[in-house]
Design a protein. Sequence first.
Length: 716
Amino acid sequence: MSDETRAGTGQTLSTELVDDVLVVTIDKPGEAVNTLSTNLLGEFEGVFLRVNEDVLIKGVVLISGKPDGFIAGADIEQFLEITTAAEAERVSRLGQDLLNRMEKLRVPVVAAIHGACLGGGLETALACRYRICTDHPKTSLALPEVQLGLIPGMGGTQRLPRRVGLQAALDMILTGRAIRAKKALQMGLVDEMVHPAILREIAIDRARGLGDGTRKASRPSNHGATSLLLEHNPIGRGVVFKKARASVMEKTHGHYPAPLAALEAVQAGYSRGVEGGLREESRLFGEMAVTDVSHQLVFLFFASNSLKKDPGVDAPAPPPRPIKKLAVMGAGFMGAGIASIAVQQGTLVRLKDTDTARIGKGFAAIAGVLKERFTRRQITRQQFDDYLSLVGGTTDYSGFGSADLVIEAVFEDIALKHKVLEEVEPVINDSTIYASNTSTIPIGRIAEVAQRPDRVLGMHFFSPVHRMPLLEVIVTPMTAPEATVSAVAYGKKLGKTVIVVNDGPGFYTTRTLSAYMNEAGRLLDEGASIESIDTALVDFGFPVGPITLLDEVGIDVGGKVGLVLAEAFGPRMAPSDAMRRVVSTGRTGRKGGKGFYRYDESGTKGQVDDSIYELIGGQRREIPAQEIVQRCVLAMVNEAVRCLEEGILRSARDGDIGAVFGIGFPPFRGGPFRYVDSVGAHRIVEQLEELNARFQPRFEPAQLLIEMARARRSFY
Ligand code: NAI
């Protein structure tokens, strides 16, 4: 017997009675994913009422109507309307109450999870009596709130530790890490894992079994002897909390309050019981919701989402050309990296280099990336083999004739870039897109020798390609919109966040990063120590300091970039004496085992190499950290604003995303443009003018900043 009550228009929940089990389907109309918002409360009330009134109902199944997502979390759009901590706390209490009632419902509720089960979605599942997930790769469970500067606000900080143990729960809550199906089963986060085809059927069966008592709800498992020892007594738990706090502080340098708040909420649950813990969770959720950090992280979330929908050209955008075959020139560091992510999207790749030994090295590098994924169980042995079989090597241009896209990643040398472009053009199709991965050379200069400059653009990947989230697509006035949208669409397919910028030396990312690195070099000239510069900027929030970064990128590479930019921008970007001297010794940084720092054979960084100071010359003296930060950061910010003013950037949004995702600008500060807004353009101009009085003309404020300061305008 089945009685269906299709909800009316606008409803998210619909119910169907399958014999004695009520199947509740959550399917937010008109949206790709399900999210939770306060207007769902009433709908859930309706369901609860019905269950309580209809004694024939023995169990409930909660399942999603979306093809590959359970619940993606709270509705962030609605969340943005919240302006006070008290209001956020109230919303959290409402969510908690709802789930408390679901947990205590007259009959058991079974969560049937397929696809993303995130944030409030997982908190809902945790309040169910039983959880089943599918064994599909799209199924993943996480509490990612800290990534938005928040903490779980619907009981997650209380129910998760009780379900999977304190240490496993803290790992999830403090990092936002996603857990795949198999792991979720192993750790007791779900009770069962099934094939998607039978999810609903099994869930109904389990709800019935739990309802009529033929099946028992699983108890949270004890998680090994060590964790038992640690977690089941206050002293042991004290140790766990202390370690967790220390690890958070080490990772965040105290810049992110949310993980610490989450820790507090979890801890309150142990010292004051669940009720007290829930109250503390709501209170802290409210507090976090109005932090500046949370506003910046939520902004980045929205900005990267809006980029996903941006075709890369202003309307009307032509349809992108699908990229099925890719030719990569240069099997080096970047070429192999690009190939390694392309094969994982099923792209057939032809890798070209000057000799077979180099191609062999490229293959080994690709295999290395895939092996890491295999070892982490992110891909199967079969996938590993399949992906690797998609790459073919060549020392001539065979196979290039059928490529949809060529990516050139040969040495950073304009003569070589011209030579390979001239060689390739006659063997590729008229419609093939030609992209250079240059990090500095203007695309227009590369395209000077092209027969079809409308097919030429830049696709600037960052290293290591498989980890770095950004792709900067560079277009010239000649680039055809169809080539742009195709490169953008393919970049997104490769999993990248893509910004499109107009051509110019260093485009956006290299140019702004260079302004910042160059200032670090000037500070060395003036006597600052290497450690003091690196420490000051790490304390500001960069993942590594500029001098360490230079060692990573390669001092030789930095030297070449510096020359191109100095030629283009004159005294503002003229290399420091320190840099010029170190470059001239041939030290290359980590890859050569010798840089500003010492490296052991495995490439692990050691202490500063003191012999550098003899090379640089001059006395070391203390320059205050505040001055170091101000000079390096403002050099970057001012250059970023110039990029917007000159039309290199299409928007401030792109500039913020590019800086955070590409060159390590601290995410909790939102990006250079958000930084200007938080400090105030007039304050930034004042600071720049003060610095410019000392270091003319490096800090001359960008015209746009001056105008904004005058009009008291902000970028957002
Ligand atoms: P690499 O030195 O690791 O690789 C360059 C490869 O090009 C070598 O294997 C070389 O044999 C090959 N090559 C030289 N002439 C060739 C030809 N005629 N045909 C085919 N292959 C040829 O250099 P890497 O680091 O991969 O850089 C490549 C490009 O990517 C450069 O333009 C660089 O500026 C850019 N880039 C580098 C980044 C990095 O962090 N290494 C980041 C972003 C861009």
